[in-house]
Design a binder for this molecule. Structure first.
Ligand code: ZN
Length: 311
């Protein structure tokens, strides 16, 4: 059986670029099956390093791990019994459902203050509402993955509908940040229909569940959110934490949570995709159509443009 298309060579980056290219390209994973020629290959890289840390006593990122997403690995032991790579005391911060006005920038400021990096799973529609905000997330050095186009429960959709939700989500986030996005995906409500899981595997996208669900969308009170996460951490010792930058309570809780993590001696691990995820042209076109573009005659009243002449 022929190998899957190996990851493409990284474009030669001039010295001093903010791209955190590892010293050596990762070895391609053994291919389980031939790559689907109808799906775009991964390209690299999918993240930038972000600005230097300005806070000498910051929590900081203890290590950055490069994820080869060939074949669609699963992370988060709530659903996937794979890849136990975190050491005791290590956490990965993840934020879903943004970008959102006010809350996402507040989360960003808190992360910047402590010089930590996270994964953001953006809803495609929200990325079209606030493209500048999700672009700021990307430029700050966080991994920006996707979380479907409109946050529907994919287990209630046909395989074609699942594909459209996934791809439009990818296209929308890509259009907002202007780069291939991180090859990371989280299912709405952590519902994992088999067809969609298989499709993401063909697409070489990693699927994220969680180890520590904050239930912040239900708790809402910042101090209670922090307590919930820290109690779970005390029990499990490490893990991928699920929160929502969409939620006001989470925006308020994030600085407190980071302070508690620092106090507790926990370490933040940053997960980055070894390669970026390309969008597909047909879904890019759907997103472009979705955006309401200005036209030369935009100032005219509708009554002068549209008149009923026969009824
Ligand atoms: Zn969600």
């Amino acid at each position: 059986m022929p190998r899957a298309t190996p990851p493409q060579a990284r474009p030669g980056a001039p010295a001093g670029t903010p791209v955190a290219t590892p010293a050596a390209a990762p070895a391609p994973a053994p291919a389980a099956k031939a790559a689907n020629p109808n799906l775009p290959p991964l390209v690299g890289p999918a993240y930038v390093k972000g600005p230097a840390c300005a806070n000498p006593s910051a929590l900081g990122v203890s290590r950055t791990v490069l994820i080869d997403t060939s074949g669609g690995p699963g992370f988060g032991f709530e659903h996937f019994k794979q890849h136990d790579f975190l050491k005791p005391g290590e956490v990965v911060l993840t934020f879903d459902d943004g970008p959102w006005l006010g809350n996402t920038p507040a989360v960003l400021r808190a992360l910047e203050q402590e010089c930590v990096k996270a994964i953001f799973f953006s809803i495609g529609k929200h990325a079209t509402y606030y493209p500048d905000i999700i672009k700021q997330v990307y430029e700050a050095g966080h991994s920006v993955g996707s979380h479907t186009w409109s946050h529907v429960d994919l287990s209630k959709k046909t395989p074609d509908e699942q594909k459209e939700e996934i791809e439009k989500g990818i296209s929308a986030v890509k259009a907002a940040i202007g780069q291939p996005i991180a090859p990371f995906f989280r299912f709405p409500q952590l519902k994992h229909p088999a067809d969609a899981v298989a499709y993401l595997g063909d697409r070489n996208v990693a699927i994220f569940s969680t180890d520590l669900d904050s239930f912040d969308f239900r708790i809402k009170k910042p101090d209670q959110i922090v307590k919930r996460v820290m109690d779970k951490l005390a029990k499990h010792g490490k893990g991928i934490i699920l929160m929502h930058d969409f939620q006001h309570g989470t925006a308020q809780a994030t600085p407190m949570l980071l302070a508690e993590l620092k106090k507790g001696g926990y370490k933040v691990v940053h997960m980055v995709g070894a390669n970026g995820l390309q969008s597909m042209a047909q879904y890019d076109a759907m997103i472009a159509k979705n955006e309401k573009l200005p036209t030369a005659g935009a100032g005219r009243p509708t009554s002068s443009v549209v008149r009923t002449i026969d009824q």
